[in-house]
Design a protein around this ligand. Sequence first.
Ligand code: IPE
Ligand code: IPE
Ligand code: MG
Length: 244
Amino acid sequence: MAEPAASLTKSNGQDGRPRHVAIIMDGNGRWAQNKGWPRLVGHRRGAERVKQIVRACPDLGVNWLTVYAFSTENWKRSTEEVLGLMKIFARYIEREADGLSAEGVRMRFIGGRERLDAKLQRLMAGIEARTAVNSRLNLTVAINYGGRDELTRAAERLAGRIARGEIENPTEADLESCLDTAGHPDPDLVIRTSGETRTSNFLPWQAAYSEYEFTPTLWPDFTPEHLAEILDRFGLRERRFGGA
Ligand code: IPE
Ligand code: IPE
Ligand code: MG
């Protein structure tokens, strides 16, 4: 019998609270456009929200927070919007580094890095190294992330290990160990803001048994109070993982 992925045997968080929350932060563009402002204003406001949510997580019992910041499909947007977003990511890392370190946040990134500019890549590696000892909150930011891209890269790594004779009959755990999220627990809960009810290539492997919450609130309007309310509701859910 095939060995189950380690992730499916992991616990569901304590006291019915999700330990790992993942968020598809959607609706920045519409938020700005509704006010007659450029889309980038919405992205800047969205980044401010990330700071607040990050600060709120530990007190809400959330130990892992994964946020979708830029997908492999988002390169289709205008050059102005893409470059503006990249600047926002770089500035977030530069300005938040001290605060995140002081607050015990460990920051990591998932997604393909080679397409990002060299300065941003340096900032990402720098803050990962600087915060590596922290554990109060594990913050993972998905930049140039796509689940299909991640699985394709993972398949390539796995094939390499098989070719080198390190693995004979690959298991789910072997593939999992080749993902960008190797060693991270699976998300218990995935939240998407802005009323869209699709997953848009976010964590297809990791969220196989996650609970989902879709809220009409646009990301720049999403507050720690909204998050707290969703987390309370999560406690009422029964997760069965295929059991009877
Ligand atoms: C989410 O907001 C942020 C990114 C995808 C980078 P959007 O920019 O997708 O906002 P809407 O969906 O157009 O309102
Ligand atoms: C998903 O939002 C990606 C991020 C939030 C970073 P999109 O706005 O790109 O998704 P679609 O295009 O509506 O599916
Ligand atoms: Mg969107």
